[in-house]
Design a protein around this ligand. Structure first.
Ligand SMILES: NC(=O)c1ccc[n+]([C@@H]2O[C@H](COP(=O)([O-])OP(=O)(O)OC[C@H]3O[C@@H](n4cnc5c(N)ncnc54)[C@H](OP(=O)(O)O)[C@@H]3O)[C@@H](O)[C@H]2O)c1
Length: 247
């Protein structure tokens, strides 16, 4: 995949899937804006690694659940890198609880961080991309957005929302040569899933035909393809990367 000369903003790129996407796109030649919420040290480490590859990189702090911060983040990325070709909306959180025990703040925080953030960031980025008449938007949903999961009504709703949002804007933006696709990861080994008990992890593993958990790089490889010219006839799609868990 050749992304030389392209610039990318990746939300939640200090850790996990976002970090792997940042490193993979940089390895493929892109310059990267690394968004983070609170882990400055980790974000700066990602920036250092990218610069060592000979690419430009900048760390941009922003809580993407807040519209003003998301807009400022997009502006900072464009100013620092001289443009924006690729946006990966990856930042996300869980606040799991059965419905009966789910607090309003668990609902609001997850919906704002996982879904409203995608609206805020995409709207700001698309204003720029429309003028350039090109762009790639890659939104990270989850298989849970399609199947649902007990204890994750808020998370599942946010991830299903990303699918509807992405398909709608894929239709709106196709004429401007802005392609919008969704990656739906299955179980990927990151801080988000490390909090599960061994019993929960074993139960999930038994449902994965490929017999292993996913790695952040499994998602990053697809993100690099979706960011590249090779995927130029692909828009409005939801692609699961889940080891065959939900065929
Ligand atoms: N892991 C999985 O199995 C899995 C499966 C399906 C979908 N996903 C989705 O993939 C995405 C990445 O997940 P992950 O497993 O890599 O998570 P993770 O390891 O917990 O990392 C989350 C990232 O999001 C950032 N973040 C959180 N809240 C933010 C906010 N308000 N503003 C800006 N950044 C924020 C964090 O920044 P800080 O480091 O600064 O806190 C961190 O970089 C999420 O959308 C998640 O729902 C994950």
């Amino acid at each position: 995949m050749n992304l030389r000369g392209k610039t990318a903003l990746i939300t939640g790129a200090s850790r996990g899937i976002g970090r792997a996407c940042a490193l993979k796109l940089a390895e493929s030649g892109a310059d990267i804006a690394v968004n983070y919420s609170s882990n400055k040290v980790l974000a700066e480490e990602v920036v250092r690694m990218i610069r060592q590859m000979g690419r430009q990189a900048v760390a941009v702090q922003a809580d993407v659940s807040r519209q003003k911060e998301a807009e400022a983040m997009v502006e900072t990325a464009i100013d620092a890198l001289g443009g924006l070709d690729i946006l990966i909306n990856n930042a996300g959180i869980t606040r799991d609880a059965l419905l009966i025990r789910m607090k309003e703040e668990d609902w609001v925080e997850v919906l704002n961080t996982n879904l409203s953030s995608v609206f805020f960031t995409t709207k700001a980025a698309v204003k720029y991309m429309m003028k350039k008449r090109r762009g790639r938007i890659i939104n990270i949903s989850s298989v849970i957005g399609m199947t649902g999961n007990a204890g994750q009504a808020n998370y599942s709703a946010s991830k299903a929302g990303i699918v509807g949002f992405s398909k709608s804007i894929a239709r709106e933006l196709a004429q401007r040569n802005i392609l919008v696709n969704v990656i739906a990861p299955g179980f990927i080994e990151t801080d988000m899933t490390n909090i599960l008990s061994e019993k929960q992890k074993d139960a999930i593993l038994s449902m994965i035909p490929l017999g292993r958990y996913g790695k952040p790089e499994d998602i990053a490889n697809l993100a690099a393809f979706l960011a590249s010219d090779e995927s130029g006839y692909l828009t409005g799609q939801v692609i699961p990367v889940d080891g065959g868990m939900n065929m």
